[in-house]
Design a protein around this ligand. Structure first.
Ligand code: UN1
Length: 522
């Protein structure tokens, strides 16, 4: 059974009683099954994994062991790549209609299981209830939307022009072979499902590594594909530590391409290293340092609300999160006042509880990164709000830090580095020119937002900002909330690799290579 209202990342109000009741039931069920041992899945078979087991603990309460995962070592990678390559031959030749039918079934299963999936994600990565449900809903929509691209293109088979009367020319897009799919923790289902389903429906096989922070969600996806009728072989699930198998995966000679969402540093390393024999496709989404620009004419309440939501939902651990603000000096005072007021009102705590908006960060490394940024900000500017680790009660059980706002001089490196923690840098500018120049000075170019009452300012912002996902006057999230088929999610510059993004109309074709077929009629 599904609820009538679809929950997205921009859902705020509405009657959610039914949602909370179902979420509570699912949460209790999921908690009761926590702590089991889980194998890897290669060719549909459970494989113990030759590495040291991976303990999956909740960042909300580190004493809660969610599962003990068999950790893969390079030998398992070798087996998985070989199995995938073998299975791909048949899978790639299967009619595309059969492949998309399986994928549509997977989307349906996600919708059927969405409460369980949301509960697993809430516990595993510390998402609020609404964020977790948004992740599950987005996953199903992504798969259907991507199937639509194959269907619309008639399986990417196209009759071409004849240059002579005796020739028959056809253009076909064909799978590359085996894609390695490496997923991050922050959207553990949506990004895993989006990347892997596009690879699978186009006839590629996949060796999938979930984030080591979110293997349970990853395993749920493997079960969904299996239950949807995907044959054993095209999808292989390998949990493991990034130091142990991260490089072994993309370096394997049997791998034909990589689809990756993660840090710029890792993405650049893979991109530089993978093409020793020939150039292999690297589809990458590599993070951001997303600016919101607040002009003097802005509706300051909408701007403060939009920035607060995009800076602090999921504790800023979104590639799309607003992590810096450039506000016109003329309205900096009143804007900051409203922003601080709205941020103070955030309900913090265990995000599996209803109405808690703000939960923990993912791990101790994130806490350290937060503390380093705060120390630097104290030296260079002022911490306007937050700046500390949260202590007492529930906060002592997990990795909790306060939503933090810092006022900084524009030259601070805190305006350029991706931190992925709830730390928002605010700088004052003299107007749109300076705001755009500062925004574009970062190496990243993923999302950007403007708040302005003037259409010409908005148009100029869209024309001149170096970012792929742009919004104007978005109160529900200044720079966040992209949805399949509504907002393409394309990273420019250091935020991506191909110039065509997930959630957008040109995504799926990137998993295919072109073949011309000319037949001379006899
Ligand atoms: C990500 O954080 O890697 O637009 C991608 C948004 C989400 C972003 C997901 N769909 O906020």
């Amino acid at each position: 059974m599904t609820t009538a209202t679809k929950i997205t990342y921009t859902s705020t109000a509405g009657d959610l009683e039914d949602f909370h009741r179902r979420f509570d039931t699912a949460l209790a069920k999921v908690r009761a099954t926590a702590g089991a041992a889980f194998p890897n899945l290669i060719g549909g078979e459970p494989v113990a994994g030759t590495g040291e087991a991976l303990d999956d603990r909740s960042p909300i309460d580190t004493s809660l062991l969610l599962g003990r995962f068999a950790a893969a070592a390079p030998a398992d990678v070798d087996l998985a790549v070989g199995t995938a390559a073998e299975a791909q031959r048949a899978w790639g030749r299967q009619p595309w209609q059969e492949r998309t039918a399986i994928m549509h079934r997977a989307a349906e299963l996600i919708r059927e299981r969405k409460y369980d999936l949301a509960a697993v994600m809430a516990l595993e990565v510390g998402k609020s209830r609404l964020e977790a449900m948004g992740d599950a809903e987005e996953s199903a929509d992504l798969i259907d939307y991507y199937c639509g691209q194959v269907e619309e293109a008639d399986g990417f088979v196209r009759t071409m022009a004849r240059i002579t009367p005796v020739e028959r020319n056809t253009d076909v897009l064909r799978p590359y072979g085996v894609f390695v799919c490496i997923a991050p923790f922050n959207f553990p289902l949506a990004l895993s499902a989006g990347m892997s389903s596009a690879a699978l429906m186009t006839g590629n096989a996949v060796v999938y590594k979930p984030s080591e922070e979110a293997p349970w969600t990853g395993l749920r996806l493997a079960e969904i594909y299996r239950d949807a009728g995907l044959p054993a072989g095209p999808f292989n699930f390998l949990a493991g530590r990034r130091e142990a198998i991260g490089d072994a995966l993309w370096q394997h000679p049997g791998v034909d391409g990589v689809v990756f969402t993660g840090s710029k540093a890792v993405g650049l390393r893979i991109h530089a290293g993978i093409s020793a024999r020939w150039i292999k496709p690297c589809l990458m989404e590599l993070g951001g340092k997303n600016a919101a620009v607040v002009m003097a004419s802005a509706d300051l309440d909408a701007a403060a609300e939009g920035v607060m939501r995009s800076a602090f939902s999921l504790q800023n651990q979104k590639c799309s999160a607003t992590s810096r603000v450039y506000v016109d000096r003329a309205v900096a005072g009143p804007f900051l006042e409203r922003l601080v007021e709205k941020t103070r009102a955030i309900r913090m705590g265990d995000p599996t509880e209803r109405d808690v908006f703000f939960g923990p960060v993912i791990n101790p490394t994130a806490v350290e990164r937060f503390e380093r940024a705060v120390a630097q900000a104290r030296g260079e500017g002022t911490i306007v709000l937050g700046g500390e680790r949260l202590r007492g009660g529930v906060f002592d059980k997990g990795h909790f830090v306060a939503p933090t706002i810092a006022r900084l001089p524009l030259g601070s490196s805190l305006f350029r580095e991706e931190l992925f923690v709830p730390f928002l840098a605010v700088g004052e500018v003299s107007g749109l020119d300076e705001a755009i120049a500062e925004s574009n000075a970062a190496d990243y170019g993923l999302t950007a937002g403007i708040f302005s009452a003037h259409r010409d300012e908005v148009e100029r912002f869209f024309d001149e900002i170096e970012a792929g996902v742009c919004y104007a006057n978005k109160r529900s999230g200044a720079t966040t909330g992209a949805w399949p088929g509504a907002q393409a999610f394309c990273g420019w510059k250091g935020s991506g690799s191909t110039g065509k993004g997930g959630c957008g109309p040109y995504y799926v074709a990137q998993f295919l290579r072109e073949q011309n077929r000319t037949v001379i009629e006899m």
